[in-house]
Design a protein around this ligand. Structure first.
Ligand SMILES: *Cc1c(COP(=O)(O)O)cnc(C)c1O
Length: 441
């Protein structure tokens, strides 16, 4: 296509009619059938990402678990796919755990995270029998132990440890550095204290350690350093406490491409770097290669998602810019406002035409509500369908009802078939929890 640079993922392609297709479905038809804004998930691409993660790591390490960080995208259908692909699931709230259980996800492949797990969440974890609770603080360790005692059971735990690594990513999504609310720091002695406490408490069984250093990371060196710091620490624990922990969860964080400028490492490059660092550190500290767990969220589901919008009013401000409004925005995608996130988009019903316009894509919320500061589009008209790429992770899961917008529907596409997996909210859904007190009637 002359003059056309497009970023296409998975089964996305441009048809002869100039329409963007995904999963064998014409997205213009999807917009007509299901309405907009609409989240579209490419099932084949999603499953391919799962398989690539499993294969890349299994090739390079003796025992590996790939655990989907469900906060990136969780619905019952997505849980089912992750189960079918043999992944484990990481949840960090009662709501996520409830969704997974409702989908029939096996609890023995679920992990519970969170820096402040409520008693009812810990109780739910004990009741459902999740595989591991990732303990984040001493107070949580003792609460969990007490609850396990009452229930006459023992909880298998990992300790979340802060390796003191500051990756190059947005500061809102850095979690491995010293200044963080998560976990127990190695450098302050808190992690060692946590291990001592966990070993003294009978109701918890310390199975390993966890760390997660950040998100949307392109630089693999941070993953290697995290693996090294963690194994060095495990060796120290062995020497100090005479216990050889066998499980090491290195978290998630691999970045994805949101624009053409983004060049993230591949999953196999990540696996290479992590496996290399694990083997090297195990060697250096004469430590048995632990069972490795990785917890990708974004890089499993991000590029499998598209958001479709319908174009509304277009305003050309001479000498300034052209504003193109779409029928969604901040409520279905808070990331531009939250992180200054960048995106690329295409006029989905004219995707084969040269991008001769430069516009600002805005939503319809009562804020600046910029979706894309500046994007090159083919000539665009009211009523056109815009597709924004790489919206599979942290979009639906971060959506809100701001301005009392109903949250969009989500469809799963594959082989020309589109199945609704999240119904569009109705106006009734929006007022369902409102209560009118007697004295106002
Ligand atoms: C968010 C999170 C992940 C996943 O991060 P991605 O950047 O989406 O891969 C993994 N582990 C923990 C503990 C997290 O909080």
């Amino acid at each position: 296509m002359p003059g056309r640079e497009l970023m296409l993922f998975g089964t996305q392609q441009i048809g002869d009619d100039g329409h963007l297709k995904v999963g064998g479905c014409d997205v213009v038809e999807l917009a007509r059938e299901f309405g907009t804004p609409l989240y579209v998930m490419d099932e084949v691409h999603l499953r391919e990402q799962c398989r690539e993660y499993r294969a890349s790591f299994a090739e390079r390490l003796p025992v590996v678990t790939i655990c989907f960080a469900s906060k990136a995208l969780i619905t019952t259908a997505i849980c089912r796919i992750m189960d079918q692909e043999g992944l484990s699931l990481e949840v960090s709230s009662a709501g996520e755990l409830y969704t997974a259980m409702l989908a029939g996800f096996p609890p023995e492949r679920i992990l519970l995270h969170g820096n402040f797990k409520l008693d009812e969440e810990l109780q739910m974890a004990l009741d459902t029998g999740v595989a591991r609770v990732v303990v984040d603080s001493l107070s949580e360790l003792h609460r969990l132990a007490e609850m396990a005692h009452s229930a006459g059971t023992q909880a298998d735990v990992w300790l979340r440890v802060v390796p003191g690594i500051k990756p190059q990513t947005h500061r809102y999504i850095q979690t491995g550095q010293i200044d963080t609310k998560f976990g127990l720091h190695i450098s302050t002695g808190a992690a060692a204290e946590g291990i001592r406490a966990a070993m003294e408490v009978e109701e918890v069984s310390l199975r390993g350690l966890h760390c997660h250093i950040g998100s949307q990371m392109f630089e693999l060196d941070s993953f290697a350093r995290a693996a090294e710091v963690m194994i060095e620490f495990m060796a120290q624990i062995r020497d100090e406490f005479a216990v050889t922990l066998e499980e090491l969860n290195l978290g998630g964080g691999l970045g994805i491409a949101y624009t053409l400028e983004d060049a993230p490492p591949s999953i196999s490059e990540l696996a290479d770097v992590i496996a290399g660092a694990v083997h090297q550190a195990a060697n250096r500290y004469n430590y048995p290669v632990p069972e490795i767990v990785v917890e990708p969220g974004r890089s499993l589901v991000g590029t499998a998602g598209l958001t479709l919008y319908t174009v509304g009013p277009i305003k050309e401000i001479p000498g300034v810019r052209t504003y193109v409004a779409v029928d969604g925005g901040l409520s279905d995608n808070p990331r531009p406002a939250l992180y200054g996130a960048e995106y690329t988009a295409v006029v989905a019903n004219r995707a084969n035409q040269p991008q001769t316009m430069s516009v600002r894509l805005v939503g319809r919320h009562c804020e600046g509500d910029t979706l894309i500061e500046e994007v090159a589009l083919s000539p665009v008209e009211e009523g056109d369908i815009i597709a924004v790429f790489s919206t599979g992770a942290y979009h639906y899961s971060m959506a809100s009802n701001y301005n009392r917008f109903p949250r969009p529907a989500m469809v799963l596409v594959r082989d020309g078939q589109a199945d609704l997996i999240v119904r569009r909210e109705s106006l009734d859904d929006l007022v369902r929890q409102d209560v009118m007190p007697e004295r106002l009637r």
